[in-house]
Design a protein around this ligand. Structure first.
Ligand code: ATP
Length: 488
């Protein structure tokens, strides 16, 4: 649609432009209620300006001095659902035919290369998030669906020990290097890399995974083992249909209740045997071996009926023959101790990263990040400068007011100058420091601190002043193990 001839074509189709949550919107298109105080989104789509695209049929345009014809054809085809094992249904199939004058297909090849380039430059600063298709739609060839296309999460927004970040970045950078596959192949090592991110909830495990996908420009494939319709066969086929390079995020592997059918059964058998023995001693040998067999049968049935992914099913998927090589697997857990050793043995997990409750230093960084101006540009490759281990770190990695940098970023300065915040320009590092002094070391998660600050989004001074009360209330809440917070 960037072709002037196409935009001015006399045959256009108007589409309601539905936007994703991340797309910029024109404020003037949003109505207000009668008081003028609150935004009102009723009939938002009807009010939005339509988007014009070439109508079905024949169009023509010029590109780089060459005349092209574009034919848009749409037809309904019947998909009998045989490949998906589902029900048949009519589906729209669209064909775009591009032709040009002359005998050589070269101009068309160039045009396609150009469109591809345009598409990628528009999507460069975004991360595509994919999840498994719903159970009934899974197909042999593609089981993944795009669920989000969001702006890249910049690495600097994940507050972690600098060294920790660098370690993962360097490891992943080396693994993704084009020469790595040959190196692995020459040594007969399967081309896989696995990380275990462990730590309490809300400490940044998922955030770091997204930021890593952003740094390396990879799509992220998220699987929750808690998904009720996910079978072991699905899991294997999901792993076998991954793209060449990608991040796979297996969340909360501990809560999945990975069952271990054989072990469980044996343990149950042992327990029941013992119980029987005790009873039989008491009842002077009335129990027969057929009783035990009967019980084992019932237990076996129960185990088989249990839904979910077994440990061997998961191991099969992540390193079985069908498992795609080249991917980076990130597993996250709140309770690493509960994991089976087999799951985290070297080769399956190559690097463990521990996430902890926030230190004072991290609380300070979170404070500064919260009140930074939001004119931040998406991270670009030319913003990155190499560090000795070969990994790129953005210049904004240095945190204002922290040990490794003391200057405010231009965005922060401009936000402060524009009077959006309730403090003066040079006060932020000092207030951030004084705020962090009030936060007990290693007791609150970054998510908790972020939540508190978010409620005082434009008021760093208030956030600092009310921190004592909030800290005391949160400590009380944690001690009493109550979910109800007194100060928010
Ligand atoms: N280290 C951190 N730096 C910056 N933001 C963080 C950090 N930890 C948590 N947050 C914020 O807290 C929220 C939850 O974080 P995230 O989902 O990454 O935590 P998690 O460790 O994966 O939690 P869970 O174990 O519950 O999945 C996010 O909004 C994130 O921005």
């Amino acid at each position: 649609m960037s072709q002037p001839r196409m935009v001015n074509s006399r045959y256009l189709m108007a589409e309601t432009a539905s936007k994703t949550a991340w797309e910029d919107e024109d404020e003037s298109m949003v109505a207000r209620d009668r008081s003028g105080l609150y935004l009102n989104f009723s009939n938002q789509e009807a009010r939005a300006r339509p988007q014009f695209i070439p109508a079905l049929g024949l169009h023509s345009f010029w590109w780089k001095g060459q005349y092209f014809k574009l034919n848009r054809k749409k037809e309904s085809v019947f998909d009998d659902g045989a490949s998906s094992g589902g029900f048949g249904a009519f589906k729209d199939k669209e064909d775009l035919t591009i032709s040009c004058l002359g005998r050589s297909p070269e101009p068309i090849k160039q045009l396609l290369a150009h469109t591809k380039e345009q598409y990628y430059s528009a999507h460069q600063a975004r991360t595509i998030v994919k999840r498994p298709l719903p159970g009934y739609m899974r197909r042999a060839r593609n089981n993944w669906q795009i669920v989000a296309n969001r702006p890249v999460r910049e690495m600097k927004t994940v507050v972690l020990e600098h060294q920790q970040k660098l370690q993962v970045l360097a490891d992943m950078n080396e693994y993704l290097h084009p020469e790595t596959p040959r190196w692995y192949a020459n040594r007969g090592i399967p081309l896989r890399r696995g990380y275990l991110f462990h730590g309490p909830p809300g400490t940044g495990k998922t955030s770091l995974s997204f930021a890593l996908a952003g740094v390396f420009g990879l799509d992220i494939h998220v699987i929750s083992l808690l998904e009720p319709t996910l079978t072991e066969e699905d899991l294997s086929s999901l792993f076998s249909t991954l793209p060449r390079r990608c991040v796979v995020l297996l969340e909360d592997i501990d809560t999945a209740g990975l069952r271990r059918p054989v072990d469980e059964l044996r343990a149950a058998e042992r327990a029941s045997k013992k119980e029987k023995e005790n009873t039989s001693k008491e009842e002077s040998g009335k129990t027969t071996s057929s009783d035990i067999k009967e019980l084992a049968k019932v237990l076996k049935k129960e185990t088989e009926d249990k839904k979910g992914i077994s440990l061997s099913g998961l191991l099969n998927a992540i390193d079985g023959v069908a498992s795609h090589e080249g991917r980076v697997l990130i597993m996250t857990t709140n309770v690493p101790e509960s994991l089976d050793e087999a799951l985290i043995r070297p080769g399956r997990v190559d690097l463990q990263v521990e996430f902890t409750y926030a230190t004072k230093e991290q609380a300070k960084e979170l404070f500064i990040r919260m009140y930074e101006g939001d004119q931040g540009r998406p991270q670009r490759l030319d913003d990155a400068k190499p560090v000795p281990n070969g990994t790129a770190v953005t210049s904004s990695e240095k945190v204002p007011g922290s040990a490794n940098g003391s200057v405010l970023s231009p965005e922060t300065s401009s936000a402060l100058r524009s009077g959006e915040l309730d403090i003066a320009i040079d006060e932020l590092p000092e207030i951030a420091h004084r705020f962090s002094e009030k936060i007990p070391d290693g007791e609150f998660s970054p998510a908790e601190i972020q939540g508190y600050l978010l409620k005082r989004k434009k008021h760093p001074r208030r956030a600092f002043e009310e921190a004592d009360k909030w800290v005391a209330a949160l400590i009380r809440q944690k001690m009493n193990r109550t979910k109800v917070s007194q100060v928010q």
